[in-house]
Design a protein around this ligand. Structure first.
Ligand code: GLY
Ligand code: MN
Ligand code: MN
Length: 437
């Protein structure tokens, strides 16, 4: 069943926040991959957040004020094109099915928009997101201005609609949380499948195929980003994506992969030994990263600053690196000098939602934002040890990241991706079990 109420409620909230004026929110264009062949279509996240409408060539207009209304522009029915490319709602059915007050063919955009913008105080738009839309919107404004002598007034203010929408998108509603839970669950299942499948002698891309298979078979329309299947030294390449190495007996395998379901991303990393058993140094680094993740997750709770999980992770990792002889000095000095960054060079998380690195600021008036119930973020510390003269050889090429998706609750957080095992005991038990059948 199609849920239209959450989208309508978001439009109402946006209209209230606007107070007066007109908002213009286009969806993403189709993009050519090579001659006659498009990339699989993905709507714009802002547009989808407000409409739930999945087709390309569409644009939402919201008119705020005493008589607020939402207007969709989209493709008309076209039996010939539908024969080749598939179903189109058409503007009338789209209006009724998705709950807009009005709808018009997208072909009427250039005549209707100057009318809609006339005598409005403010235009809400996302300037700079797409030069083609920037130019088109300026053209509509100029058409309104050209009617000045007839007494028509053009919007005096142009405001970036993202400042309102980003703040809304930071706190997920029930519908979003339910979708994210499903995305998290199926993505956790893909990591379990990968752990069960992995064997020395396989290629990384064979594991990539297991992940993609599991995402799709549970309805995920896309991977939320291209899976990282990084064995051995590749685990120390943060954005490794070739996934074409032969996996060896003694390798760790770092998998960063999540599905996108109905627009919402999951983002999970698990690291495990291809052989099914961690060796001593691998286990030491793994336990350290897991302890850092546990400490970071404990800081994900309402009222805590955004950077508190990161600070907690850095403390644990820096101390662990000192204990293992990989950094020297006191905890304070290693943190102060940032020496730990030789091994832990990224931050501990990001907002998660329609975009993998989701919309929303991290600071407000110069201060880190405070966490609130309904926010969703990743918790993903790591440790990456490249061969170097001053590093004992036993640690070379160990790369570990552990990443879960956290939902901030009233009292703390829930890791919605927890179904993917992550203790040494649970991982080794799962892999043993997979080998016994
Ligand atoms: N997979 C992208 C990230 O972890 O941020
Ligand atoms: Mn992430
Ligand atoms: Mn990730």
């Amino acid at each position: 069943m199609r849920h239209i109420e959450p989208y309508r409620a978001r439009r109402v909230r946006l209209l209230e926040a606007m107070e007066a004026g007109v908002a213009v929110v286009p969806t993403a264009p189709e993009r050519l991959r090579n001659r006659d062949s498009d990339y699989l279509y993905r709507f714009d996240s802002y547009f989808y957040y407000l409409t739930g409408f999945p087709e390309p060539d569409a644009l939402l207009v919201l008119v705020a004020g005493s008589k607020p209304k939402s207007v969709l522009f989209c493709r008309e029915k076209n039996p010939e094109r539908e024969l080749w490319d598939g179903y189109r709602h058409g503007f009338e059915a789209a209006r009724d099915t998705f709950g807009f007050d009005e709808a018009h063919p997208i072909a009427e955009l250039d005549t209707k928009l100057p009318e809609l913008l006339a005598n409005q105080p403010t235009l809400f738009f996302a300037p700079g997101m797409d030069p083609a839309w920037d130019a088109r919107v300026m053209g509509w404004l100029n058409q309104v201005r050209a009617k000045a002598r007839m007494g028509v007034v053009a919007p005096a203010d142009i405001r970036d609609i993202r400042s309102i929408l980003d703040e809304m998108r930071l706190v997920k509603d029930e519908h979003e949380i339910a979708t994210m839970r499903r995305a998290a669950e199926l993505s956790a299942g893909a990591h379990v499948r990968a752990m069960r499948a992995a064997r020395p002698g396989m290629m990384e891309y064979e594991i990539e195929a297991e992940l993609l298979h599991e995402f799709r078979r549970h309805g995920a329309q896309f991977p939320a980003y291209w899976p990282i299947v990084a064995s051995g030294p590749n685990a120390c390449v943060l954005h490794y994506r070739e996934n074409d190495r032969l996996m060896g007996e003694g390798d760790l395998l770092l998998i960063d992969a999540g599905g996108e379901l109905d627009g919402y991303a999951a983002d999970i990393t698990r690291t495990f030994p291809v052989s099914g058993t961690f060796n001593g140094p691998q286990r030491a680094i793994y336990e350290l990263v897991l302890a850092a993740q546990t400490a970071a997750a404990a800081q994900v709770k309402p009222g805590n600053r955004w950077d508190m999980p990161h600070e907690a992770a850095v403390k644990v990792i820096a101390q662990g690196l000192i204990d293992l002889g990989l950094c020297t000095g006191t905890l304070d000095s290693v943190i102060e000098s940032e020496d730990y960054k030789r091994f832990y060079m990224h931050r501990t998380g990001h907002w998660l939602g329609l975009d993998v690195h989701d919309a929303g600021d991290y600071k407000e008036s110069g201060e880190w934002k405070l966490l609130r119930p309904g926010m969703t973020l990743t918790v993903e510390p790591g440790c990456y040890i490249r061969p170097a003269e001053n590093v004992p050889e036993e640690f070379w090429n160990i790369g570990v990241r552990i990443e879960d998706d956290a939902l901030v609750t009233e009292n703390g957080c829930e890791l919605i991706t927890a179904a993917a095992p992550k203790t040494v005991a649970d991982i080794e038990a799962l892999m043993r079990d997979a080998r016994s059948v």
